[in-house]
Design a protein around this ligand. Structure first.
Ligand SMILES: Cc1cc2nc3c(=O)[nH]c(=O)nc-3n(C[C@H](O)[C@H](O)[C@H](O)COP(=O)(O)O)c2cc1C
Length: 195
């Protein structure tokens, strides 16, 4: 199975972006295994901690590195993306030369109750993901205006139109991962239990 490390830019218990991540994971199974990476205990980036990485940072980096792809699910904060994600990305790229995101196929989606559905926030994040060497899928774009009734508690998408739209996104993402993946090293395959 193809492992996808999912980074959600909200720590809130009732996060609509987390719900979107769960819904996408449900549509993607069994071909993709969506693993939401816990970012709640990752400290703010501090270069002084680099020599002895805090355990939550080491764990987060490991979870990204052992995945076949990464998926970013972002809220929009003040027309940008939240600090939670920027912090995770900054840690991911350090120590220098140990970029956890290097050459990973990536996806980016987001939802907001607002009409523009995180478009401005995602556009800021795209620029950063490009720099940190995520091989980002450009289309389709998912700027979802959140409607609570469209999603059941277990992640089932109730609205047919939304479900078909998200399913098309997943189909494209599966192909994107196949097309853009670099051959795995033995160490990566070992870590994934596939060697
Ligand atoms: C600090 C802050 C800034 C926000 N700025 C925006 C914004 O620029 N655009 C927008 O559509 N919603 C904005 N919102 C509202 C969020 O879209 C809304 O709180 C959403 O539920 C956050 O996602 P989450 O439920 O996954 O945490 C903002 C919310 C917060 C807390």
């Amino acid at each position: 199975m193809t492992d996808v490390a999912v980074l959600v830019g909200s720590l809130r218990r009732d996060s609509i972006n987390r719900k979107l991540a769960v819904a996408l994971g449900k549509l993607a199974a069994p071909r993709l295994n969506f693993r939401i990476v816990d970012l709640s205990d990752v400290p703010m980036y501090n270069d002084d901690l680099i020599q002895n990485l805090p355990e939550p940072v080491a764990r987060m980096k490991r979870e990204i590195e052992t995945a076949d792809a990464v998926m970013f699910v972002t809220p929009e904060y003040n027309r940008s993306f939240p600090a939670v994600l920027k912090n995770a990305i900054d840690w991911g790229t350090r120590p220098y030369g140990k970029n956890s995101f290097s050459a990973k196929p990536g996806g980016l989606v987001g939802t907001s109750p607002g009409a523009t559905g995180t478009a401005a926030g995602q556009n800021h994040l795209k620029g950063v993901l490009n720099v940190v060497d995520v091989v980002l899928m450009g289309q389709p774009e998912v700027y979802l205006t959140w409607k609570a009734d469209d999603f059941a508690e277990d992640g089932t998408v109730r609205n047919d139109h939304t479900r078909e739209f998200l399913q098309r996104y997943i189909e494209r993402f599966v192909k994107w991962i196949e097309r853009t993946s670099e051959p795995k090293t033995t160490a990566q395959a070992d870590a994934n239990g596939t060697n």
